[in-house]
Design a protein around this ligand. Sequence first.
Ligand code: ATP
Length: 609
Amino acid sequence: MLFSGVAQHFSEVEGTVSRLAMSGIVAKLFSGATPSEARQLVYIMEGNVAPSHEGLDVGIGEKFAIRAIARTSGYTERQVASGCKKSGDLGETAEALLEKKAQLSLSSSENTLSKVFSSFLKIARMSGSGSQEAKISVLSELLNGATPLEAKYLVRFCLGRLRLGVGDPSIIDALSMVRHSDKTDKIMLERAFNLCSDLGEVAEVYLSGSDLSRFSAQPGKPIRPALAERLPNAREIIEKLCGEEAKGEPGREKAGRKCAVQSAPSAPMAPALRRQCAVEAKYDGLRMQVHLKDGAVGIYSRKLEKMTHMFPEIVKAAAALPAASAIFEGEALAYNSSEKRYYSFQQTMQRKRKHGVERMAEEFPLRLFAFDIMYLDGKDLTMAPYLERRRALEGLVKGSRTIVPSDLIYTGSPKKLDEYFQRALSEGLEGIIAKDLAQPYVAGARKFAWIKLKKSYGAMADSVDAIIVGYYLGKGAREEFKFGGVLAAVPNEETGKLETIAKIGGGFTEDEMASLAEALEKIKTKEKPKALVSKLEPDFWVEPKIVITIAADEITLSPMHTCGMVGETGYALRFPRMVAMRDDKSPSDATTVREVISMFEMQRRKNAQ
Ligand code: ATP
């Protein structure tokens, strides 16, 4: 497959707004590709050369890309840079300059997709002294054989700014279109992806006609994390998980030991237990997925980035567990064992660092509260019910002081759930997560198998994780930070659009303002993000990359915002303020429009109580 054809399809995608139409174009592209080319295409559309958990990064800086363009186009670096300043997009500048050159020369070798991909891979693997020069040479060589349109996408890709707007769900839709498959195939594709977090591999296997059921949990391949739904109170949670019969019936729970972990009841499940759920303490720290493979330990973040080297004490404790292979999950908190208290969330977060790791591990040692297990010694447990997994988990971590099971009670009573929730809050925890005893591990999805109840943010059931799409310059005291606030949006899963929900000016510390101003300056764009629907225009638009958690007094209806818009009004956050920057979340992990609407309904029910 020639890369010029790929560039042509990318250009069509760019001119398309409908998500379905976009998937149609990607499907056309896949249908002309071999299975292994399809894999390469998936990674490129994801903006990488491998699944993101492998941590490979093409990352050529703008300065070096300018040098490569200058070398191939015959223009000076200064001319290239000034073209880029005018267009705001180095990809477009490369296209325009190569267009002029093409009119002068007819010779051009043809880049194939495989050549482009292997060159990108080569660039990603280069490191150390002299590597920048070597990267420039590889990119120059690609640009030499490229059409102007190819050059645009080659340059954008190398800068990490491909911005096609094709997300993983659209790629999955496109794959199922190629084989004209039914809904079952799509579910199988999603499941395969959730289990291996490698959509390129899934595409290759699927398009070669192989059976997707061969995908299963495998140590070394991170599983996309299960997520929790929300309900506004204990009564609704018990009704949802334990059924109508459990409504308002106190005293049916197994007595919970204060601050001690109740063990999972042994099989077979007693009839009364079927009407119970597990209520676990909700810890506010770092989510970790720990993989144990023949004695070697790997730790992945919530975003599935590898962060093994940051947590030597967890690695040591995991390696000492009585299993040859396992995948389990937990929340890690910095813990002071002599004073028997947890350090603050901010102190825990300091552990996410590349340097000074050993010293920080001594100063703020972590304790991992394990809450689920997906694989143990050759057995995929993702389809096993909660109770079976919990038993396996308790058995695995028994005896470890660093990795302990999450605290829980089993209950079918709203009153007991509420008491446990209040106690969790009084102990400084974030709330609880109630879990359905019969459900499997629902990888990569937010389902009612887990339901969270958090300390309340005004009338809202939860804070909102939104994506920054633009920012305002500061006035008065904020002028020095060149930062006055941000415009934030949430994704609409049905349409693939981003819809604005809040303009936030408060809640930022001075450090956060400074670091946001710096980060946003780097991703400024001339144009509004393609997928964004907005009635507001900030001072600058930015690439939709940074996620922040926002608290507010309530969700209201507003003519200014477009979230879930019906007629002229959308959903908006009243008195929004930033709670935290979420570099552990990607834009695809942001709160969705559907979730905002469901939180609005919960707020209504709460207010009516
Ligand atoms: P989400 O993960 O739901 O997208 P989030 O990362 O903002 O959102 P919350 O909404 O506050 O987090 O709650 C879910 C998170 O709670 C999980 O991702 C996990 O990191 C954490 N957590 C803490 N304790 C538990 C527990 N006992 N069981 C499951 N998750 C827990």
